[in-house]
Ligand binder design. Structure first.
Ligand SMILES: [Zn+2]
Length: 281
């Protein structure tokens, strides 16, 4: 199986994400690269609805849910913050799907929890809710052991209690943390590290340095024979650091130079069996 690269964007900040998406969409169109945008539903209720429809309505872009209001759906050990009440969790998951489908006129099959968790949606009622709302996959695993970074390359798996629901873990770094846009220095590094040959000793300073970090995980995914590689990108943070999106071009050129393809998460999900066998414990 040839490893593919999945460009995915957590699209969540009013104003800044939309401005960055102008340039991001342009790079994707120019280079003919698909993408998955996990969009916060409330962005599609106001004045940004029309520009987002225009920018991301292209069939090459998958629009998935990043909740309704970017609320924490579970207690978060790394952020030391509590999850919202269950009634709001239900609303965040269910209503965002409807808002996205209404805005873009096609099914929204994917869900990504705000801030991600080491075990994705966890067990019990949250994966059950996500499946019951009609989502086919989640991509909510975004931390390494003990809520460290980077996230190791790990394969997609089915939720034990909801075998129809797939989880596609992200890999590598939350790029906003790499740049110090959101970071609590000293909190995220594991010792001994999962990948001793990958050490980031300071915040990245240039798009080229950022590219080198993502390249490590692309190479790692290929070396491991992984189905896909996907870092955690945020339009607002990409735009703040690299408004021309040079890093995106470097990554996409590198992916091509390695003979790899691109995919959206929904494309990966569509080729999975309907009722997968749960991952072995
Ligand atoms: Zn987010």
């Amino acid at each position: 199986m040839k490893t593919v690269f999945v460009p995915a964007y957590d699209t969540e900040a009013p104003g800044a994400c939309l401005r960055a998406c102008e340039r991001i969409a342009e790079v994707h169109r120019a280079m003919d690269v698909p993408a998955t945008f996990f969009v916060v539903g409330k962005l599609l209720l106001g004045e940004e609805r029309a520009p987002y429809r225009r920018l991301l309505g292209d069939a090459r872009f998958e629009i998935a849910s990043h909740s309704m209001n970017h609320a924490l759906l579970r207690d978060h050990p790394a952020l030391e913050a509590p999850g919202v009440a269950w009634a709001q969790v239900e609303d965040e998951v269910r209503r965002s799907k409807g808002v996205i489908e209404d805005a873009f006129g096609r099914p929204c099959t994917g869900f990504r929890t705000p801030c991600a968790f080491v075990d994705g949606l966890g067990a019990g009622r949250l994966p059950e809710l996500v499946a019951a709302c009609g989502y086919a996959y989640s991509s909510s695993t975004g931390w390494g052991p003990k809520y460290s970074l980077p996230v190791p390359v790990q394969p997609a798996y089915a939720y034990e209690d909801c075998p129809k629901l797939w989880e596609f873990p992200a890999h590598g770094w939350h790029e906003n943390v790499l740049k110090g846009h959101n970071a609590t220095p000293g909190r995220y590094l594991l010792w001994p590290p999962v990948y001793p040959d990958h050490v980031v000793t300071r915040f990245v300073r240039t798009p080229e340095e950022e590219f080198a970090v993502h390249r490590y995980f692309i190479d790692k995914a290929v070396a491991l024979g992984a189905e896909y590689a996907t870092p955690i990108w945020h339009p607002w943070s990409l735009g703040k650091f690299d408004p021309e999106m040079r890093m995106l071009r470097l990554v996409f050129e590198y992916v091509r130079s390695r003979g790899m393809g691109f995919a959206t998460f929904e494309q990966l999900r569509a080729r999975k069996p309907a009722a997968p066998v749960p991952a072995a414990a």
